[in-house]
Design a protein around this ligand. Structure first.
Ligand code: SF4
Ligand code: SF4
Length: 103
């Protein structure tokens, strides 16, 4: 299966709100503190956005919607990434791109 790269994906996601994933260092501290152990958020899904891998973001949509938005991960993030706000933005983007919703 070929992978489609959309360089403008991060720009399109930001049309749905704030998204500051470029500061992520992929250190894994957020995964260690997440009560759900969401190892793909933000380390993998946010990176997919920055790399323009929209199909992979869509494949992980269930994870994006399962986040509790509790912000425990943010409290220990050494890069100060606004993880919960990024997740909200991604949800709005997926609501539009997958389901045609404007919410
Ligand atoms: S703790 Fe912050 S910098 Fe580290 S992987 Fe998570 S979001 Fe990225
Ligand atoms: S905001 Fe989401 S990713 Fe962060 S700790 Fe809570 S459930 Fe996990």
């Amino acid at each position: 299966m070929s992978t489609v790269v959309s360089p403008e994906l991060a720009e399109r996601v930001r049309e749905a709100g704030a998204f500051d994933a470029e500061a992520c260092m992929n250190c894994g501290v957020c995964t260690a503190t997440c009560p759900l152990g969401l190892d793909v958020l933000p380390r993998r899904v946010f990176r997919y956005v920055m790399l323009g891998l929209e199909d992979r973001v869509r494949d992980e949509s269930e994870t994006v919607y399962s986040c509790l938005l509790c912000r425990l991960c943010e409290e220990s993030c050494p890069a100060g990434v606004h993880i919960a706000e990024n997740v909200r933005t991604l949800r709005r983007h997926l609501n539009r791109s997958l389901y045609g919703l404007e919410v």
